[in-house]
Design a protein around this ligand. Structure first.
Ligand code: BGC
Length: 366
């Protein structure tokens, strides 16, 4: 585990430090080259439309964008979708950014499939559109995608789940339950598919059993990424399936849901299963250090925002931005020109090392 972590951390560091490394090898469309060549004023408005604050990473991203864009000399316009009217809010916010003449609009999509009209208007007005952290689906009007590799996130979650189950008891079958994220977030299916690429063969050979039989993403999803929805589904699973049967593990797509699942298990007085997560939220890091949640994923928001600001600076100068992937993420209308960062899996054993350079998380591992 330690070796694997070091390797991944090195990769992540390399991809961030060698910011000009792989860009040259990426193929670029003619349209991309032509429009990149024009540039725009150094004090232009840059819009950032984020979803509602469903996890800590979004809260952090808003602050980092406001400060980072200001430092870079731009006028940042950072907006969040509200908690209940997320889609409409975000559509209106993007329209307002277009009206203000934003030259780049960065979008963390509240609903991946509901932005085509607004993004077409944005590009018609000459703005560049960057999909941030989540892909935006079924529209050609996305110029670039910058995010952590979501398929890898799912794979790492499933691998850590299996590693912990095997450490708990040497042989299966292991009984688990599966949770996935909100259906309107395109990442949810990518995380789930990444995890299922590891788990499906193990279900097929009988090593693991999904106790409730709920294996389809329609059954496992968590509307709005809301803790209460995961908690009530876990309550029902425990009542319906785990009267006497033991639950060994739960695939949870992020930390907010992991903690909700643990709350449910504890309220039912059941032994704590192996539970995965994502985001390295402070409360989950504490839970991992206390031996409850098993793993999380570290996606350093500082690196992600810095990469988007760097891309914006390239576009401002009329230069082609750096990309390192032009094949992995197809949004249904086109293959996205992307810059992908490496997610890092973190367990109690690795936490101090993984968060050493993060001033808010490092103290939690002491
Ligand atoms: C992000 C995750 C986050 C989730 C809920 C996803 O799109 O990639 O990091 O946990 O949204 O906010």
């Amino acid at each position: 585990m330690r070796k694997a972590l070091l390797a991944t951390t090195a990769l992540a560091a390399a991809s961030v430090l060698a910011l000009t490394g792989c860009g040259g090898s990426s193929s670029r469309t003619e349209a991309g080259n032509a429009s990149a060549a024009s540039g725009f004023a150094a004090d232009s408005t840059i819009g950032v439309a984020l979803p509602s604050k469903t996890s800590e990473n979004w809260v952090l991203a808003g602050d980092l964008f406001s400060n980072g864009l200001k430092e870079a000399g731009f006028k940042g316009d950072v907006q969040y979708a509200g908690a209940s009217t997320t889609v409409k809010d975000q559509q209106d916010q993007i329209n307002a950014m277009v009206t203000k003449g934003a030259k780049v609009i960065v979008v963390g999509a509240a609903d991946a499939g509901q932005l085509a009209t607004q993004l077409k208007a944005a590009r018609d007005a000459g703005a560049k559109v960057i999909a941030y952290d989540r892909i935006i689906t079924n529209t050609p009007d996305v110029d670039y995608y910058v995010g952590f590799d979501a398929k890898k996130v799912g794979q790492l979650q499933a691998e850590s789940l299996m590693e912990a189950l095997k450490a708990k008891k040497p042989s299966g079958p292991y009984t688990i339950e599966l949770f996935s994220g909100s259906p309107d977030d395109a990442n949810s299916a990518v995380f789930f598919d990444g995890a299922m690429s590891v788990l499906t063969p193990l279900i097929a050979d009988g090593t693991i059993v999904v106790g409730s039989g709920q294996k389809d993403i329609k059954q496992t999803s968590t509307a709005g990424w809301k803790a209460e929805n995961a908690q009530s589904r876990m309550d029902s699973l425990l009542t319906g399936t785990y009267g006497s049967k033991e639950l060994d593990g739960v695939l949870s797509p992020n930390d907010t849901l992991a903690r909700a699942i643990l709350t449910s298990v504890k309220a039912a007085g059941k032994p704590i299963p192996v539970v995965t997560g994502q985001d390295s939220e402070a409360e989950s890091v504490k839970s991992i250090m206390a031996g409850e949640q098993y793993s999380t994923i570290y996606k350093d928001t500082r690196l992600l925002v810095a990469q988007v600001i760097k891309m914006t600076q390239s576009l401002q100068k009329g230069e082609a931005p750096e990309l390192n992937d032009t094949k992995s993420y197809n949004n249904g209308a086109k293959v996205l020109e992307s810059y992908l960062l490496e997610p890092v899996i973190v367990t109690k054993e690795d936490a101090a090392e993984a968060y050493a350079a993060n001033p808010s998380l490092a103290p939690l591992t002491k």
